[in-house]
Design a protein around this ligand. Structure first.
Ligand code: ZN
Length: 283
């Protein structure tokens, strides 16, 4: 009995050790605070704060406004009343609602969504807030300076993080017309990453992926989708229509990213969770 107890304590310490070592690599240098150190034990026993960064799928969800794309559809195929069981069938484009762009979305010979290594779906997260720049200019593209300004305030972006851009665009989520913001010429106006910023995040910070709260990593006005090409040619994924970014701190949390495993898919609807230390009820 005693042996079993000490074995389970050793196992627990090992798990905690793995988590602390993991977050240690992401520790901010100097006097800044370390990143979230929620243990798996705390997470599984409800002693963590979880933010769901996913919009619920429904027929109002935003999707890329181009031919052959269509809304989310859900059809009831059996009911409790008639069949004794409730069951539905769904259909939607891969790139609808909160979703992941796999590396094969814009580049040949890159992994499809089912081929992305699972380890890439767990990462330290950071939120870069550009809502102020966007309120002055809907076409704002996050610049390298936006990123380095953030680092001056919050410390270096952890190596291998997933970076999320908070543009404030989530405010328009429930109004697809406003969300895609198409002008009379048919041009879309919403913010995104600049190609330089995407390149910098991959080269200088080795991010696992980048995401944001709009329809596309590229700003709405983009014609050549440079940011998609940069991200995908580096074998990285993108996350689009990410919800609730206003509920996250700039850093100090981890992400769990779970796309549908569509064989040879170019992406797919994705559940995303942010895990933070439990909030102090006094604060
Ligand atoms: Zn997409």
């Amino acid at each position: 009995m005693q042996l079993r107890n000490s074995l389970s304590i050793m196992l627990l310490l090992a798990v905690i050790g793995i988590f602390y070592r993991g977050s240690g690599a992401n520790t901010v240098r100097g006097d800044a605070v370390p990143d979230s150190a929620v243990t798996l034990e705390q997470l599984c026993s409800g002693k963590a704060h979880i933010v769901d960064l996913t919009y619920a799928l429904n027929d109002q969800n935003a999707y890329w406004p181009a031919p052959n794309y269509e809304p989310f559809r859900l059809k009831t195929i059996a009911t409790l009343e008639q069949n004794g069981v409730l069951s539905k069938a769904l259909s939607c484009p891969e790139h609808l609602g909160t979703h992941l762009d796999a590396p094969n979305h814009f580049e040949k010979n890159q992994p499809s969504v089912d081929q992305i290594l699972p380890a890439n779906f767990f990462a330290a997260g950071v939120v870069i807030d550009i809502a102020m720049q966007v309120s002055a200019n809907a076409d704002h593209q996050a610049t390298v300076k936006d990123l380095t300004d953030w680092e001056e305030r919050h410390g270096p972006i952890p190596t291998g993080a997933v970076v999320l851009l908070h543009t404030g665009w989530g405010e328009f989520w429930k109004n697809f017309a406003r969300y895609k913001n198409q002008d009379v010429m048919g041009k879309l106006h919403f913010p995104g990453y600049s190609p330089d910023a995407a390149r910098w995040l991959i080269k200088e910070r080795q991010v696992k992926g980048i995401g944001l709260d709009t329809l596309s990593m590229d700003p709405g006005l983009s014609k050549d989708f440079q940011v998609h090409h940069i991200v995908n040619s580096a074998g990285r994924f993108g996350l689009e229509n990410v919800a609730q970014l206003d509920k996250l701190p700039p850093r100090g949390f981890h992400l769990v990213i779970a796309p549908m495993k569509i064989e040879s898919g170019s992406g797919g609807p994705t559940r995303i969770f942010a895990i933070l230390p439990q909030r102090d009820p006094q604060k």
